[in-house]
Write a protein that binds this ligand. Structure first.
Ligand SMILES: Nc1nc2c(c(=O)[nH]1)N[C@H]1C(S)=C(S)[C@@H](COP(=O)(O)OP(=O)(O)OC[C@H]3O[C@@H](n4cnc5c(=O)[nH]c(N)nc54)[C@H](O)[C@@H]3O)O[C@H]1N2
Ligand SMILES: Nc1nc2c(c(=O)[nH]1)N[C@H]1C(S)=C(S)[C@@H](COP(=O)(O)OP(=O)(O)OC[C@H]3O[C@@H](n4cnc5c(=O)[nH]c(N)nc54)[C@H](O)[C@@H]3O)O[C@H]1N2
Ligand SMILES: [Mo]
Length: 821
């Protein structure tokens, strides 16, 4: 046993291993108040929920309260490890600020009420609007943080019960592009790769993905490979000097928004050097001739010029990804939230298709998710998809869903794809969408151009329902607030990036009258009286287990097939990867082995889109392109970002995350160790730009875009010159707007632009024009940005981020006796 300050050492100690070896076990434990494992009454199985990695853990319970967590040694995902947010974040569950009773607005004020009154109000408003205007008056905006059973219930209620097409999730802001890119290349959502690919890889390329801070345990796996024999080469594409970049063999720091230009350079090098697996492409892909033809006039030099990266580095990156025997690629927000999101992510798939790097150990693509359960939002059809990855533009598949639900196919709206959230905002603005039910997301901090969002959502004529565990910025303006029970207080399942399904048990009672989200949906369905064709209740289940059984039937025969899973199978050991069927009872480690895809015209989830305009392809066009269901190589022309630097706004603004906080901080700000590590907003600038402006570390600056201005103290970091970075975590719930210590707004999304990707409709949070001016010279005190991460200061003299005694966690690296999945 070793005691480690996991704020100061976020990735913990190394357990080196070599290619093809099993990643050693290291069991991480953090218990409150100096408790020892023997003091714990019960351990309840679950997995992590403050990112998408899905690390197995057990929740420690003593005297009916959560007192800590311990990683599950036998879980295939983490082999016992936990990240800092997982070790300390659970403390928020017991915060005295939890919502414990429903609230309704009376004479302008939110006042406490009982569940009957609150639900009656929600149901009455729903029914009035259905009568007055029909289903299009009602919209749902959900999340990537509930459980599978909850999304399936919600999607069925909204699509099948009410019949509205206005159903989306914050997954739109998050990883809509992952789904869109997989649909373009493989006809269907679902990750080709497995985390075990890290164990085999000889090269790992990370595209716009700060894995070190955002999937800390997966990064620990990479660090352990790097510390062992025959380490993989690392390629990092990120304008900031992240921890990933510091460990990279090649770090390309492109101008934000030029990802497609960069990818086209890599692809043209691969083609020019003959690094193509011709046999694989001939047998398993379409589109090669078109790709060759379109890329013919392109060159690595053009990419280097547009992206402003050294040509030698670009060529070296191309050589690594072009010649690796076992290549793993990961993609995240630096691509998904940037200019030409889907087009860029698809080019990463192209690299793998061209090189036959799919479906075998060490050959994997991880078009990452961000939130813990975002995969389930997509699978269960609670965002822009239909349940079971069914294709909304294929009548036979819609009819099949109607069969499962025992309703008329015409009851499921499928005249167009489900309405994406930015379009829903437009409808609210226009006044046609008048009821909006928001669950487990905080749009008043997380959507772009906050001033606009605030004005749209505060309209009198909108009936706003917010279902949360805290009184967030968004809850504060709601008409009805529904208090939810959360992780550890309810039962359910969820699925991580590499298709691993985990069971999450109920460890403790929720506070006050807070109810599981599932119970709230079931109550609504009952009160609304949704019926199937035979007049029986449409939602025919009553608890998580029966909901899971219903979902299994809905998923049967679809790519995300859960039919071979059960709560029993998921309990006691490791998580299990879908598809899990009678034929594959232990799950499926890699899909697309042997070049078999889910892309045949009758089975595919999507017919694809034009990558530049986003226009959907027709069934006829798709049949002509891909009659035999192969992988699709798709070229995209580079188009520059719309809002480029100008004389008035000479810099590029990008936004993102820090290791210690989760999103709008409703949980992590209530965990003392995490909040202390990153207590307030900062802005990052390069040494060169700070010098040119005459700024010093700690100066209070104003960062302005054409939309608004925010204030933040300066951290001089290794970021690319010409680019400024703001973390987007800092809203106003703990510092009301107008009362910040520095007298100005601080949420990054005050500055971001109302614009989205043509294909995935994911908002663009990563590129806007900005200018920076001095508000007040600092007194020499550095900004409060962490020193352990991408915000590491470029010069000395800044005290190191530490957690101290209250952050000491245990690491156990003794050989693990039990079996490992
Ligand atoms: N600690 C922590 N972990 C988290 C979360 C959290 O809030 N905190 N949230 C979870 C969620 S929901 C998500 S979606 C993920 C997100 O995980 P990541 O995508 O890894 O995180 P971000 O910081 O949003 O963005 C990643 C990187 O994109 C770079 N970037 C910006 N613009 C560009 C560009 O134009 N091109 C390229 N190539 N790179 C660019 C940024 O410099 C940044 O380092 O993290 C998950 N994990
Ligand atoms: N500028 C900028 N903006 C961004 C991003 C960026 O990189 N830059 N990233 C975007 C991305 S990837 C994401 S995912 C979004 C995240 O943005 P949000 O979804 O708005 O952020 P969260 O703080 O995770 O909000 C989740 C809410 O759910 C509540 N909650 C937690 N558990 C439960 C539960 O069990 N039940 C219920 N009912 N509620 C619960 C929490 O208290 C919290 O209020 O932000 C997006 N916005
Ligand atoms: Mo996300």
């Amino acid at each position: 046993m070793t005691r480690v300050d996991r704020i100061a050492a976020p990735w913990g100690s190394r357990t080196p291993y070599g290619p093809g070896e099993r990643w050693p076990v290291r069991t991480d434990t953090f218990l409150a108040d100096g408790l020892a494992p023997e003091d714990v009454d019960r351990w309840v199985q679950s997995a992590t929920i403050l990112h998408s990695n899905g690390d197995g853990l057990d929740i420690a319970v003593k005297d009916g309260s959560i007192v800590g967590v311990r990683g599950r040694a036998q879980d295939r995902v983490n082999h016992g490890r936990l990240g800092p947010k997982d070790l300390y974040g659970w403390q928020a569950n017991a915060s005295p600020e939890r919502l414990t009773r429903p609230l309704v607005r009376r004479r302008g004020e939110l006042v406490e009420t009982d569940w009957d009154t609150a639900m009656d109000l929600v149901v009455r408003r729903s029914q009035e609007l259905l009568e007055e205007q029909g289903p299009s008056a009602l919209g749902f905006y959900t999340t990537g943080q509930l459980f599978l059973e909850e999304y399936y219930t919600l999607g069925m209620m909204a699509h099948g019960g009410i019949g509205t097409n206005h159903v989306d999730g914050n997954t739109r802001l998050c990883t809509a592009t992952a789904a869109a890119a997989l649909k373009e290349s493989f006809g269907c959502d679902g990750q080709p790769g497995s985390y075990t690919d890290i164990d085999h890889a000889d090269a790992i390329a990370l595209y716009g993905h700060n894995m070190a801070e955002t999937q800390t345990v997966l990064w620990t796996r990479v660090l352990d490979r790097l510390a062992g024999p025959h380490p993989p080469r690392i390629v990092c594409v990120d304008p900031r000097l992240t921890e990933v970049a510091r460990h990279a063999d090649v770090h390309l720091a492109p101008r934000p928004g030029t990802n497609v230009a960069l990818m086209n350079g890599l692809l043209s090098e691969i083609l020019a050097n003959g690094w193509v697996d011709e046999a694989y492409v001939a047998a398993h892909a379409v589109g090669i001739d078109e790709l060759r033809e379109q890329l013919a006039p392109w060159s690595a030099e053009m990419s280097a010029r547009i992206c402003d990266v050294p040509i030698e580095a670009l060529r070296e990156a191309a050589r690594i990804v072009g010649t690796a025997e076992r290549l793993v690629s990961t993609v995240l927000q630096g691509f998904y939230q940037s200019n030409q999101a889907t087009a860029a992510a698809v080019q990463v798939n192209n690299v793998h298709i061209l090189r036959g790097q799919l479906g075998a150990p060490g050959r994997g693509i991880l078009q990452m998710n961000g939130q813990p359960t975002a995969q389930n939002t997509r699978e269960a059809g609670a965002d822009g998809d239909l349940a079971g990855f069914r294709n909304w533009s294929n009548d036979a598949q819609v009819a099949d869903l109607a069969r499962v639900w025992n309703i008329d196919p015409m009851q499921i709206p499928h005249y167009s794809p489900p309405t994406h959230v930015m379009q829903q905002l437009r409808y609210i603005e226009d006044g046609s969408l008048r009821f909006w039910w928001v669950q487990a997301t905080n749009p008043l901090v997380s959507l772009p151009e906050l001033q606009r969002v605030r004005s749209i959502l505060s309209q009198q004529r909108l009936f706003l329902v917010v279902q949360d565990i805290f009184l967030t910025e968004t809850a504060q303006i709601a008409d009805v607030v529904l208090p939810a029970a959360t992780w550890g207080e309810k039962e359910g399942t969820f699925t991580n990036v590499d298709r691993t399904v985990h069971y999450s048990g109920k460890a403790v009672e929720p506070p006050g009258e807070a109810r599981p989200d599932l119970d709230i949906f079931l109550d609504y369905a009952r009160r609304m009286g949704f019926r199937d064709k035979d007049g029986d209740p449409l939602v025919h289940w009553h608890d998580p287990r029966s909901a899971f059984e219903a979902w299994k039937e809905c998923s049967r025969g679809r790519p995300c097939d859960y039919s071979g899973l059960s709560y029993e199978k998921l309990q006691g050991g490791s998580g299990v990867q879908w598809p899990c069927t009678d034929d594959a009872p232990e799950g499926t480690e890699r899909i697309y082995a042997d070049g078999a895809f889910w892309s045949s015209p009758d089975y595919c989830e999507s017919y694809g889109r034009d990558l530049v305009t986003g226009a959907p392809l027709s069934e006829t066009e798709y049949r002509a392109l891909n009659p035999d269901g192969k992988a699709v190589l798709k070229y995209a022309r580079y188009v520059p970002p719309h809002e480029l630097p100008s004389e008035e706004y000479p810099l590029q603004l990008t936004t993102g995350r820090t290791l210690y906080h989760f999103h709008t901080r409703t949980k992590t700000a209530r965990a003392p160790q995490l909040q202390a590590a990153a207590p307030e907003v900062w802005v990052e600038m390069s040494e060169q730009d700070a010098g040119a402006h005459g700024f010093q570390e700690g100066d209070l600056l104003e960062v302005a875009s054409p939309r608004a201005a925010v204030r933040a103290r300066l951290r001089i970091s290794g970021i690319r010159p010409g680019v400024v970075f703001l973390p987007f975590h800092y809203g106003y719930w703990d510092t009301p707007a107008g009362h910040e210590p520095d007298g100005g707004a601080r949420a990054a999304n005050e500055l971001t632009i109302t614009e989205w990707d043509a294909c995935s409709k994911q908002p663009i949070f990563k590129t806007a024009a900005a200018r920076v001016t001095l508000v007040r010279r600092g007194d020499g005190t550095p900004s409060a940005a962490p020193t352990t991460t991408a915000s590491r200061p470029s010069r000395g003299g800044v005290p190191a981020t530490r957690g101290g005694e209250s952050a000491m966690a245990e690491e156990d690296v003794r050989a693990h006796a039990g079996g490992l999945a």
